[in-house]
Ligand binder design. Structure first.
Ligand SMILES: [Zn+2]
Ligand SMILES: [Zn+2]
Length: 156
């Protein structure tokens, strides 16, 4: 869970961005954004849908998808992945980096000042302009590596 102050910041930012873009602040949009904004796990659309449905039982998966892409278009969330074709959504707009589990898709944020100011390689500059730099480390999360170990020990 993201801390309350940070969620409040994100919700304020959401309200401002919608107003600025002339996007109507509906209850559904607010709740979809809140769901992404309060999660640290970069949830995919189905997970977000399950969370929002607890508060708005009538919402459809389709609406959740459309809302997520709308929020993405407004620059309020970014996407991560694709991980086995399930795009994950991220409401952390501060510079940050990720650890991603290749097994379960868990993606966790971490901050690192020296990665934020990584020098952009000439090669990349030739490809276009860079807005953000995100470093991702991929591997097995603690939970999955424990499971792997258990599996291996059963085979011995
Ligand atoms: Zn994992
Ligand atoms: Zn993130």
């Amino acid at each position: 869970m993201v801390n309350k102050d940070e969620i409040r910041n994100r919700m304020d930012h959401f309200t401002d961005a919608c107003k600025q873009a002339g996007v109507k602040l509906t209850h559904q949009r607010t709740e979809v954004f809140r769901e992404v904004a309060s999660s640290r796990n970069h949830p995919d659309a189905e997970t977000i849908y399950t969370g929002v449905r607890a508060r708005i039982p009538s919402i459809s998966l389709d609406t959740v998808y459309r809302t997520l892409w709308l929020l993405n278009g407004l620059g309020l969330i970014t996407t991560l992945g694709p991980y086995r074709d399930r795009v994950r959504f991220d409401a952390n707009n501060n510079p940050h980096h990720h650890f991603i589990c290749v097994q379960c898709g868990m993606a966790e944020d971490f901050d690192n000042g020296s990665f934020d100011i990584l020098e952009i390689p000439e090669e990349v500059k030739k490809m276009g302009t860079v807005d953000t730099v995100q470093v991702s480390f991929r591997g097995l999360c603690l939970h999955c590596s424990k499971k792997e170990k258990r599996k291996n020990s059963l085979h011995i």
